[in-house]
Structure formats: C-alpha cells, structure tokens
Design a protein around this ligand. Structure first.
Ligand code: AMP
Ligand code: MG
Length: 402
C-alpha cells in the first residue's frame, strides 16, 4: 500500500502537460498559461492625474498660503480620453480629471477640494497650499514597465490577471488544453434520480459531485450512463469513455468484492495498473492506471471516499495535466474548537467545518457513506494514525469551499 505522498508523486511523474491552445483572454478564467508573457508597453502608458483637480507647476505654488493664495489662470480643460493641445505655462493651470494625461508643462495636480475658482474676468484658481512636484501624479510605467515578465508557463490566470492582460491590450493568451474526463459510476444498485426507487436500489450521487469538482479543477466532465457490476459492461463502457476522453474517473468497483470489476475490465482492454491502494482513510482502494496515453482514476464508491480521493489525488493530477506549476492545495491554518481522534492505522482525513475565525470543528459523523456531514463540511483535516488532537491544537485545513 502506498503512502499518499508517494501515490501523488507517481501520478504527477506520469502525467504530461496537455498541448497549448490560443484563446481569447475573456475565456481565460482558471486556465493555466502556456507561454511567457512580457508587457508590450508601459502601464500606465502616460503620466496622468490621480485626482479630479488642476494640473499645475509646483514651482508656482511654493509661496502659497491661506493668507496669500496663489492665483493661477485656468488655461484649459483636459477631459479623460483627450490630449491637451496647449501647455501649462508659468502662472497657469489646467483643469484635469482622474486619468487625464498630464498636460505638457505641468508637474503636479492640486485636488479640486483644495482649490477655489474665481472669475475676474478670466477664470482663476486660488490655491492656498504649496505642493511637491509629482504630487497626485501617476507615472508612466509605475505599474508595469514595458518588457516586464507578467506570466510564465504554468501560472494560473485569475480575474485580476485577465484585467492586467486586457489593460496591456493583449487579446489572446496561450493556455494548456483542459482535459476531457469521462465520469462513470459503477454499481448494479444505482439508479438515476427521478426514477422510482426499486427494492435493493439507491440513487446515484457521485457523478454530480465529481462533475462539479472536475470543472473546478479545470477539467471538462463528460458524464456516462450508469455501469452495472459486470465484467462485460465495465469493459465496454471503459473502452468507450477512454476512446472519447483524455482520462476516465470511475466510482465504485475497486475493492475486493466479488462484484468489483473495474480493475479487471481495465486490464482486459489493455490498461496497465500503476498502483492500487493508498494508506488513507477514507479512500484506501484508489486505483491509477494507464491505457494508450489515457489515464484511469478509479475511486471507491462511497461518496466521502470518492470526494477525498478526488481532492487528494485526482485534483493535483488534473492540474499537472494542464501544466500548472503548483498543484498544492491552498491550506488554511485553523485551531481545533473540539478534539479530533483517530484510533485507526491509517491517516484519517476528517470532515470539518472551519469558521471565518479559523475555529475548526468536526462536521459530524465520519462514516464514509455519510453525506449529511460531507455537505455541511468545508474542509478536511489530516489526523495522524493513533492520535488524539486536543482542543486548541493548530491544524492545516484543506478547504474545498462550497
Ligand atoms: P463500492 O466501492 O462499489 O464497493 O461501493 C461502496 C459503497 O458506495 C456502496 O454502499 C455503494 O452502494 C455506494 N456507492 C457506490 N457508487 C455510488 C454512487 N455512484 N452513488 C452513491 N453511492 C454509491
Ligand atoms: Mg459497487
């Protein structure tokens, strides 16, 4: 039986990044960048005003005071989106707005609130305080210098990153392709929601959960019909899904029961098992295998085991597949508000709820078939074998949120 870290290393070492494709940046949320992106220009592209106010020459205001305000003739106006054709000569100023390019001659901006206007007969601005050169000015290139490295291969693109590219006039970005993942639920007891519940049957619940988690990890889920527990049906559906997708996630049928056919069916169609069983609870019978450049992730059928193995093993694999430089799960620090005990031999990834203040509590009963505590939980805590974590213990919470 492999340790979790060893299993994860084997997955990450086996899965190569998918090829890159070029997409509009508007479709880039959550994608992994597959190129080096350097700034094609300075940002801001010109010195500009940080305020609504008056562009001035700081030198004109050096003696300004409340008793003797400086009087500057307003020589024009420079609304955002236009370029001021004149220049701010000594003794004058220009009306500017936030974002207006700084008019020639001016070196600072006085806030509108610190200015009084008089009309006699030309418009003059009365300013009763001195100002330092460059005050309220945003400089060309102070945010990003032309040629600066913005993203390298493997970085992820979020909403703000998309805005950064847009602000630099970039329309397309090269990203790694998203893996298409077939989702198969095995078990002769399973029926689809909406059908009448027959004796011996249960409603299937893993595919909606895993489809959501697949999408969140950047993959494209493709849901297949339910697979009954037979070698022939398992072979047929695995072959079909592996043919149509980059990889397949199955649930159920990977334990040691007489009706567990996933591993056998996979080998029958030419698949090679890489490993089976990982020393974690829940989720021990997880399977990973390869078949002609495609991959199989066989998850146990119990819903909690399926979720835990997905998050611990499949998610990092999906991220690496998309070329991500970092596949680590962002863990949040928390403090136990009640004890967590693990009497077993394997690490127990326990369902918890972590509140906004970082207080962590068990989400309820921890049986691997218990969906109500899973639905209540927002994270997992890795509780070592034979341990009793007391109230107040600091823990890392693997948050999956929502
Ligand atoms: P298995 O891993 O096939 O031995 O299944 C373990 C447990 O999970 C059994 O109680 C199954 O009925 C249940 N189970 C398996 N697959 C699903 C599923 N897709 N939805 C809900 N329960 C499932
Ligand atoms: Mg089963």
């Amino acid at each position: 039986m492999l340790e979790l870290e060893e299993a994860r290393e084997r997955l990450l070492a086996t899965i190569p990044p998918l090829p890159a494709e070029s997409i509009p940046i508007s479709a880039g949320a959550g994608r992994i960048v597959a190129e080096t992106i350097q700034a094609p220009m300075d940002l801001p592209c010109s010195d500009n005003s940080a305020m609504d106010g008056y562009a001035v020459r700081a030198d004109d205001l050096k003696n300004a005071s409340a008793e003797a305000p400086a009087r500057l003739k307003v020589c024009g106006e420079n609304p955002a989106g236009e370029v001021f054709s004149g220049s701010v000569e000594p003794g004058t100023c220009a009306r500017v707005f936030t974002g207006s390019f700084l008019p020639t001659g001016a070196d600072a901006v006085v806030m509108q609130e610190d200015t009084r206007l008089v009309q006699r007969p030309v418009t003059e601005a009365l300013i009763s305080e001195s100002i330092k050169p460059f005050e309220n000015v945003r400089f060309r290139g102070e945010d990003v210098k032309r040629g600066a490295l913005l993203f390298s291969n493997g970085a992820d693109l979020n909403a703000a990153g998309m805005a950064l590219l847009a602000a630099l006039g970039i329309k397309q970005v090269r990203v790694h392709r998203r893996p298409v993942i077939g989702l198969l639920a095995t078990g002769s007891e399973l029926i689809e929601a909406g059908e009448p519940l027959a004796p011996g049957k249960i409603y299937e619940s893993n595919r909606v959960m895993l489809a959501t988690l697949l999408e969140r990890a950047g993959a494209i889920p493709r849901i297949y019909p339910l697979v009954p527990d037979s070698l022939a049906a398992s072979q047929t559906m695995l072959e079909k899904a592996l043919g149509e997708c980059d990889g397949v996630v199955t649930t159920g049928g990977v334990s040691v029961g007489d009706h567990d056919f996933v591993k056998k069916a996979f080998e029958e169609i030419g698949g090679v098992m890489d490993f089976w069983k990982v020393a974690i609870r829940p989720g021990k019978p997880f399977v990973f295998g390869r078949c002609q450049g495609k991959f199989l992730f066989g998850l146990p059928g119990n819903p909690v085991s399926a979720l835990v193995t997905f998050l611990l093993l499949v998610r990092p694999a999906l991220l690496r597949w998309q070329g991500a430089a970092s596949v680590e799960w962002p863990a949040a620090h928390g403090t136990l508000a009640e004890p967590l005990a693990n009497r077993g031999e394997r690490r127990h990834f326990m369902r918890v709820t972590a509140d906004a203040a970082g207080k962590v509590r068990s989400a309820g009963a921890q049986g691997s078939h218990m969906l109500s505590s899973l639905a209540k939980a927002n994270g997992l805590v890795d509780v070592p074998p034979h341990s009793n974590l007391e109230i107040g213990t600091g823990v890392q919470v693997l948050r999956w949120g929502g």
